[in-house]
Ligand binder design. Structure first.
Ligand SMILES: [Zn+2]
Length: 573
């Protein structure tokens, strides 16, 4: 009999806070750098507190240090608004306990500055505290990007985020995440709530007597907005301004970030002459500090952008440009541009890639040798695998750790002394991680070292969450299915399954030419017809509900063979 237990095609992107039990000691000395001490000091930027600012337009309460992102409450006449909801329902609740003491009027609206979970996952909390749910306002593309994060780029985006935010590294090794104390998404279920009021370029509105201007402001994300409260002279720039070099590229992975858009967005903000800036990460910027800060910030970005393009046009390749660009001293020394989050080097590569794509231009790079061929030939030149291994040992002994990583890559491909190589590689990762003052790199390397422990069991799996499944659209579910299709599990005959959902939505999946084609208007010649409640179907694909149970209790009914349907699902596992 065919056995299908609960399984998941969708991995909900939660980032985890569990500590890793195994922290095998590495027996080389790792001297601390003064740069790492600076990073330790940088934690003062997000010590936990709620501060009230009396502005000309009324009170603004600013919560920092609860998880990674700030949350802001603006007081109105008979209600308040929340700008960004923190990274979890848990943190939103902690923050609101304080906000409520300041002013307990109902929350009339929530504004997301952009789609990222550290700004949106606390929203569901506000649906639980009052009968009238707050309206959720965002840019019109916010849900599109959220669906993509929840959908087809999972689980890879979660895994890389777990590394970058260091959520499983040992407490003693963890310092901060550059723009916040720590990511606490894993403390509760992800409480994203889909926006119900959106706009394209600009939206002016008045809520509870608060005059609000929302401006689309591409930068850190394409759906980014900034909030301008003209009566308060207060600006909420989202993630387009915070106190570290901006993340023009994020190593957890992202689509190309619009660097010119980012500069333009900051120029728009400069023109407002704000008296208060309440960023979504790090402390507020006030009064006379605002203008010089915004200016050097946008100039730092423009410098990296323009010099990358200039050198690109001279025919230099990304690896070369990375070596050629350094921020001028006055920009480099601005406390707003230390590389505690983004770096110039990664930005250069991303800007190059954004304009010219992945091909460096060097013919060697177009169709390079496979990694395996390269490793075999490399070993041959140095006299074999053993001399290569000795070179790795030497590199580690001399703390020449990037070289050690590159040698270990080749030895692992050659499958030579895998355990010893992994142990040396772990030492290199630990050394480089602990000496890095960039928390993204630091956390990524230290996590990668943990992954080499023999008892590493993979990243902890997210708790399934029905509320979040409700926020994932059926379109997203079918996109996930198409990119999860394993063509080796089908004989490549044409096979069509037609879905009729109770909501009235109809979809088909046709297996043909080694792909799963999704359609909404092609209902002839179905091999199987499936009727299902939308939510039950999502729960089955999310692993919350078993397909066998759903067929048995009638929430999914199949016209055709039940076994054939279960077999069909297995092709997407
Ligand atoms: Zn953020």
């Amino acid at each position: 009999m065919l056995k299908i237990h609960r399984y998941s095609l969708i991995l909900i992107p939660l980032f985890f806070i569990f500590s890793c039990s195994e922290n095998k000691s590495v027996d080389i000395e790792i001297p601390l750098t003064s740069e790492v001490e600076k990073l330790v000091n940088h934690s003062k930027e997000f010590e936990r507190m709620v501060t009230t600012y009396e502005t000309p337009g009324g009170k603004i309460h600013f919560a920092i240090g609860y998880g990674i992102a700030n949350s802001i409450m603006v007081e109105g006449i008979d209600g308040n608004i929340i700008i960004d909801t923190a990274d979890s329902v848990y943190e939103a609740e902690q923050i609101y306990k304080i906000f409520r003491k300041k002013n307990s009027n109902p929350i009339k609206a929530i504004i997301y500055t952009h789609n990222h979970g550290d700004h949106t996952f606390g929203a569901a909390f506000y649906n639980t505290i009052q009968s009238e749910k707050p309206i959720i306002i965002a840019h019109e593309d916010t849900d599109f990007y959220m669906q993509r994060i929840l959908g087809i780029i999972n689980p890879i985006i979660s895994e890389r985020s777990t590394r970058m935010f260091g959520t499983i590294i040992d407490e003693d090794d963890f310092i901060n995440v550059g723009i916040g104390a720590s990511l606490n998404v894993g403390k509760s279920v992800a409480g994203y709530v889909k926006p119900n009021q959106t706009f394209k370029d600009q939206l002016n509105l008045s809520i509870a007597g608060i005059d609000i201007e929302l401006h689309h402001a591409p930068g850190e994300t394409n759906d980014q907005l900034f909030v301008w409260l003209p009566k308060h002279k207060a600006l909420m720039p989202g993630d387009n301004v915070y106190k570290t070099f901006p993340n023009l590229y994020t190593i957890r992975g992202t689509t190309h970030r619009d660097v010119i858009g980012w500069i333009n967005s900051i120029d728009q903000m400069r023109a407002l002459n704000a008296d208060y800036i309440f960023p979504s990460h790090t402390l507020p910027i006030l009064g006379a500090d605002i203008s010089p800060t915004l200016t050097i910030y946008r100039d730092g970005i423009q410098y990296v952008h323009d010099q990358t393009i200039r050198l690109m046009n001279k025919g230099f390749y990304p690896n070369e440009i990375v070596e050629m660009i350094e921020l001028p001293e006055n920009i480099r020394n601005s406390p707003f541009l230390y590389e505690f989050y983004g770096t110039v080097r990664w930005s250069v590569r991303s800007i190059f890639n954004g304009y010219l794509g992945w091909f460096s231009g060097n013919p060697t790079d177009l169709d390079p040798l496979t990694n395996k061929e390269e490793a075999i030939r490399f070993a041959k030149i140095v006299g074999g695998n053993d001399p290569l291994f000795i070179a790795l040992e030497e590199a580690v002994k001399n703390s020449d750790m990037q070289w050690a990583l590159e040698l270990s890559d080749r030895l692992l491909i050659l499958e030579y002394k895998i355990d010893e190589v992994n142990n040396l590689r772990k030492q290199a990762l630990t050394y480089l991680g602990k000496r890095s003052s960039n928390p993204n790199k630091r956390n990524y390397f230290l996590t990668s070292a943990i992954e080499l422990n023999s008892d590493f069991k993979g990243f902890p799996k997210a708790e399934r969450n029905e509320d979040l499944m409700k926020q994932i659209s059926l379109d997203t579910i079918f996109k996930i299915l198409s990119v999860s299709y394993d063509p080796t599990k089908h004989d490549n005959s044409v096979y069509k399954v037609c879905f009729n959902f109770l909501s009235g939505t109809n979809k088909t999946i046709t297996l043909r030419n080694h792909i799963a084609a999704i359609s909404e208007n092609d209902f002839e010649d179905c091999n199987l017809s499936v009727e299902a409640d939308d939510f039950d179907f999502k729960k089955v694909l999310g692993g919350i509900q078993s397909p066998v149970g759903s067929i048995a209790d009638g929430s999914i009914s199949i016209e055709g063979s039940n076994t054939a349907f279960l077999n069909f699902l297995l092709k997407f596992r």
